[in-house]
Design a protein around this ligand. Sequence first.
Ligand code: TXA
Ligand code: MG
Length: 343
Amino acid sequence: MWIVDNSENNVNSYPQLEEAASLLKKGEVVAFPTETVYGLGADATNDKAVKKIFEAKGRPSDNPLIVHIGNANQLDGLVEEVPLKAKKLIEAYWPGPLTLILKSKTGVSQGVTAGLSTVGVRMPSHPVALALLQKVNLPIAAPSANLSGRPSPTTAQHVYEDLQGRIAGIVDGGQTGVGLESTVLDCTCEPPLILRPGGVTKRQLEEVIGKVEVDQALLKEEEKPKSPGMKYTHYAPNAPLFIVSGTREFMRETIMKAQEDGKRVGVLSTEENHSFYPGDKVIVCGHREDQASIAASLYDSLRAFNQEDLDIIYSESFEREGLGEAIMNRLVKAAGHKIISEE
Ligand code: TXA
Ligand code: MG
């Protein structure tokens, strides 16, 4: 287990990369930075290695993994065909935070696909991830490198907190950029279907391939989501989290009421509003005017609440637009769909 600070991401002076690559080739699991969140990688062609990912994370085995590649040619070994729309998206957004679900070739590890006939593939843009993938020259299965149910890790420290003693190593690349997981797009149906909103927005997809639909289960709680991973509780801090939808005056009243009841209140606020809230622990998560800054610090903020002894946490609510779609998707999951509305 090693963790070396190298937030510069100068891949030419990364002694860890050699070691990480050789561990991956030997069938060990290693965490590495991507532009979205840290991934927990293993050789996707090695069943035993893939099994170790599930063990380390405590992840249910019916939840398939995303395969990461460093070279688009590797797609040939993984998928039956790449439809034209997928080709266009690859050209536009790879490397980058977009996972494409495609028909898998027989022979792709059942551990990776969880028995489905499809496989999720992405090429990350983080220089360290790309350098590592190219060095290993194998498709690498990698879920987010957190314990199942915890917020995804956006720093090597988060990975360490969750997985120390359970994995062979962590490649430190400093804080990740986007901060939320990749967009997952099912390209086996027409029109293609967003199974998980992420760094590439619906509008950006539609600019390239026209109409794209959103899995209805992402909008309504009752329906079973098509992406197996979307049905599990995720990201939840220890104290119950509620999203407060309404004015900041309403948010302040809600906080004060709970405090009057003797509760220790945590507050997730944007920079613009934090001085307005009387919480026992107010954590600032980006600027309301800059969605990317909220996405980048959301998981770190959710984790930080666990260092406090709190009875309840209230979070501001965000517009479901652009990157806001992904932000609210994760926040609503973290809150277990508990939303308090002003009206
Ligand atoms: O940004 C990311 O995508 C990160 C980094 C490490 O690349 N990875 C990540 O992996 O978030 P994970 O395992 O935490 O989430 C993968 C999601 C899950 O919701 C899973 O159910 C879905 O993708 N998925 C994977 N393969 C699928 C498939 N064949 N069909 C439908 N959904 C699939
Ligand atoms: Mg995950």
